[in-house]
Write a protein that binds this ligand. Structure first.
Ligand code: DGY
Length: 327
């Protein structure tokens, strides 16, 4: 690997460590690789400073890849080791002729598993029960258990955003005997029968679901999609699950809704201002489970994400340069 400063032409900057075997693939392809190991995500300015003459950047969802980075002379490709691309200014990338590649598909099942794990955890109060046992509060089986949960079987799941992950969650829900509603920009009648999911407008989904699981990308249109008004439409016995992006939900409004009992609980893997979490959510342990943006965090999935990003980057570098759309 080259020293951290002034990479030579034919070089790639990697903002945070990726899987070793994927890094080796880059080096074997003849690129000089600079891998930064900053313990905290770097600002756009810092990334730009370190780009030097790199043609490609491997970044993560915690890096902000803005106009400043994308206008860097010689930069041709940005590969993000994530499915989500909301941290990248895609319009600026097109303007500057920078190709952007990401890592969809490989994290579908892992993320759907975590969404379902959160759903089960809040429904059956797993973390509260764990805390009770560890705290010495378990005094034996009682019919009138104080940590009574709710049944998944026979309940309704509302899936917001019906891409790969939303469908994978729907598939799991059907196996658990749940009915599935979904809301997406366009209905997907072509989807396999076994998903058995019915497309409904968002207000109907919110009002009719026992569990609402979010699987839409973060865009201007989905920012605070679940705000105070949307939360008010949900049932008082309903749970909100979010494994997509934190900013789909107005966290202050969610904390307020939980306090007011407008909804029953929440399972959240993503937060509006990561790594910070709204204090009103941190304070709630009853029927609220929080995880650390871990949807794709299995060893195999993260390895596959590293490889997919590098493969996409190598392919994009092999292609003729993209033309800037306008400058
Ligand atoms: C992604 O890839 O966008 C996920 O949020 C990572 O877990």
């Amino acid at each position: 690997m080259s020293p951290a400063t002034s990479p030579a032409p034919g070089s790639v900057l990697v903002t945070q460590p990726i899987h070793r075997s994927a890094l080796t693939k880059l080096i074997d392809a003849g690129y000089a690789v600079t891998e930064l190991a900053s313990p905290v995500p770097l600002s756009a300015e810092k990334i730009t400073e370190r780009l030097g003459s790199a043609q490609a950047l491997v970044c993560h969802l915690t890096d902000r890849v803005d106009e400043h980075v994308l206008s860097h002379p010689g930069l041709r490709v940005v590969a993000t080791v994530s499915a989500g691309m909301d941290h990248i200014d895609l319009d600026a990338a097109a303007r500057h002729g920078v190709r952007v590649v990401n890592t969809p598909d490989v994290l579908t099942e892992a993320t759907a598993d975590l969404a379902f794990a959160l759903l089960l955890a809040v429904a059956r109060r797993i973390t509260e029960s764990d805390a009770l046992v560890r705290g010495g509060g378990f005094h034996g089986w009682r019919l009138m258990d104080e940590l009574m949960g709710v049944d998944l079987h026979g309940s309704t799941l509302g899936v917001v955003g019906f891409g790969r992950i939303g469908q994978a969650v729907a598939h799991r829900a059907r196996r658990f005997g749940m009915s599935v509603l979904y809301h997406a920009r366009r209905p997907r009648p072509e989807l396999p029968e076994h998903l058995g999911a019915r497309h409904v407008p968002l207000p109907e989904l919110l009002a009719s679901s026992d569990f609402v699981s979010l699987h839409a990308p973060l865009t201007e249109a989905t920012h605070h999609l679940i705000d105070a008004e949307a939360l008010a439409l949900m049932r008082p016995n309903a749970y909100l699950i979010n494994t997509s992006r934190g900013a789909l939900v107005d966290e202050a409004a969610l904390a307020q809704a939980l306090t007011a009992g407008t909804i029953a609980g929440a399972g959240l893997d993503v937060f509006e201002n990561e790594p910070r979490v709204h204090p009103g959510l941190l304070a709630r342990t009853e029927r609220v489970v929080l995880t650390a943006h871990a949807g794709s965090a299995t060893a195999r999935t993260r390895e596959r994400m590293s490889h997919l990003a590098v493969d996409g980057l190598l392919r994009a570098l092999d292609e003729p340069s993209a033309q800037p759309t306008q400058l």
